[in-house]
Design a protein around this ligand. Structure first.
Ligand code: ZN
Length: 94
């Protein structure tokens, strides 16, 4: 795969992270304009807290509950942890 041109100057090869050339990458003012995908994901993770709560609330409506829900609620007593908390943890681990 050929190296695409620098996202910023479009003159040199963008062989540094964020699709920038070495010179643009070294310039902090330029570098901050091109966040990495990783940083985007991290930004989303904070937003997701509220989204996740809203999503769980939606799931917990009786018409949206999956078929296994009744079983899971029944088992909840045995494992001594609310089912919805386990779902939140599963999501965060991904
Ligand atoms: Zn450049």
């Amino acid at each position: 795969m050929p190296v695409p041109l620098c996202q910023h100057c479009q003159e040199r090869k963008g062989n540094r992270p964020r699709g920038l050339c070495t010179r643009c990458y070294r310039t902090l003012d330029i570098r901050v304009q091109y966040p990495t995908k990783k940083e985007w994901t991290r930004g989303r993770a904070d937003e997701t807290e509220a989204e996740l709560d809203a999503m769980i609330e939606k799931w917990l409506r009786p018409e949206n509950l999956p078929p296994w829900w009744a079983d899971a609620v029944a088992r909840q007593q045995e494992i001594d942890q609310p089912v919805e908390i386990r779902i939140v943890h599963d999501n965060r681990r991904r």
